[in-house]
Design a protein around this ligand. Structure first.
Ligand code: ZN
Length: 458
């Protein structure tokens, strides 16, 4: 063996047990009962720690494209440094970079930047908005196509042209092409015509600040979200397309997805940390304004969201990591529609989920299922997401009892702040191992830029 990790509590999606993990080269070679492990060149003592598969984040905005544009918000380097610290061994980028990625040539260029810059393994979800480009994109190892149904009003970002589709007929054609190519379609649900009607009521009353913005998106008990998800489910059923719904945040949506799954429809979905740890508390929205907003999730939705996380209706936690500068958030105090939406979370979401386990809202096994195993299984990411011989030795050692209060000073995001500052978590990654090599330990990133590799989808 090259490495043995001994004396740890191994946690998988199915259970937990004391044992040791042997690593040869980049892969897990064996799992052994305590005292039965073979000799190894390197022995890592995990006494008192939990050993989990590395987290896999299938939805992250790394901001850096193949041409200059949004790297003042984040770069692939800074994003993947946060991943290493946060126990995330695979991260998947989103197409709203410059230029927005919707063709094979642009994806090749985008992958080239990752190959040079990434500290952890990666993939990238191209926009499925150019039908002629989709067959070639489908051969490039991607996990899914992505479309936003959003056309922003009042700001040029984060939902720029070239990656949004809100015409239902076009969406249906894209879904049929995804079905033919055997790839899931990730969709940010939205309905701009409906949103315009809702927004104009607020604006007519002179309500334009971040609190009005928060209320508008949640208006009429989540109408915007529920109606667009209902449409998406019906279109995807007709197209026989694997629909992956992003940003689940209402009880109505959870119920619809649960029903569709019960009827055998191929649908999966994610929840984002902001929906259950940040934007779900009106006091926080009032205090932080646009700094807290991806979206406001009224508290009445929380019981169904937690039920969905526990019963498997919600398949995974993905970050929707989306950093913006303070200036871009500050606008929100007077114009919530001008502030850029999105919140950064890659560095801390595993800790936030472990804290939920500590509080009894989820089991530890469910945290592994939601953050590690299901993302790999749903998208067919090869050799990732499980502690199993032959799989990549992507592991995170966690001190489940360690408390830590999140601080802006520790946030490695390029923008230098985090909306979670001040929150105390219980459960902190202390060592991250990627394909057999330690990339974070002793509070420091020890991995190398460029070590990250394409984690291929199925
Ligand atoms: Zn997003």
């Amino acid at each position: 063996m090259d490495t043995i990790i001994k004396n740890g509590l191994i946690v998988t999606a199915d259970g937990r047990f004391e044992g040791s993990i042997g690593i040869v080269g980049e892969e897990i070679a064996g799992i052994y009962a305590p005292g039965e492990e073979p000799e190894a060149a390197e022995v890592i003592d995990a006494a008192g720690l939990a050993v989990m598969p590395g987290a896999i984040d299938t939805h992250s905005h790394h901001r850096e494209g193949s041409e200059p544009g949004f790297e003042y918000k984040e770069t692939i380097e800074t994003a993947t440094l946060q991943c290493a610290v946060g126990g995330v061994t695979t991260t998947v980028g989103m197409p709203n970079v410059n230029p927005p990625v919707n063709s094979a040539e642009l994806l090749r260029r985008q992958f080239a930047v990752y190959e040079r810059e990434a500290y952890v393994d990666y993939n990238f979800n191209p926009a499925g908005t150019v039908l002629d480009e989709m067959p070639e994109l489908a051969t490039m190892g991607i996990i899914a196509f992505k479309v936003f149904m959003v056309v922003d009003s009042g700001r040029p970002y984060p939902h720029m042209s070239g990656i949004g589709v809100h015409e239902h007929g076009r969406l249906f054609r894209i879904m049929k092409e995804c079905a033919r190519l055997g790839h899931p379609l990730m969709v940010h649900p939205h309905d701009q015509s409906l949103m315009t009607a809702i927004e104009e009521e607020f604006w007519a009353r002179g309500e334009r600040d971040c609190l009005a913005y928060a209320k508008a998106y949640a208006a009429h008990d989540g109408l915007l979200w529920d109606s667009s998800v209902a449409l998406l489910l019906r279109l995807a059923k007709a197209a026989d397309c694997h629909l992956h719904i992003l940003h689940v945040q209402t009880e109505g949506t959870v119920k619809m997805i649960r029903q569709a799954k019960a009827e055998g429809q191929k649908v999966t979905c994610e929840i984002n940390p902001w929906a259950i740890f940040l934007g779900c508390d009106w006091a926080t929205v009032e205090r932080l304004g646009s700094y807290a907003l991806s979206y406001w999730v009224p508290e009445k939705n929380l019981p169904e969201l937690w039920a969905g996380l526990n019963d498997g209706t919600i398949d995974m936690v993905a970050t929707d990591h989306a950093p913006h500068t303070r200036e871009e958030k500050e606008w929100g105090w007077t114009d919530g529609w001008k502030a850029h939406t999105g919140t950064q979370s890659t560095q801390h979401y595993l800790s936030l989920c472990l804290t939920a386990a500590h509080q009894g809202k989820l089991s530890l096994e469910s945290v592994v299922r939601l953050c590690c195993t299901e993302p790999a299984r749903v998208f067919g990411i090869e050799k990732k997401g499980e502690i199993r011989p032959g799989y990549d030795a992507d592991l995170v050692l966690v001190d489940l009892d360690r408390e830590y209060t999140i601080r802006d000073e520790d946030a490695l995001t390029r923008v230098g702040w985090t909306p979670y500052a001040g929150q105390t978590v219980t459960g902190v990654p202390v060592r991250t191992i990627l394909r057999g090599r330690t990339v974070f330990a002793g509070g420091k990133v020890v991995g190398a830029k460029g070590y990250g590799r394409l984690a291929r989808g199925g």
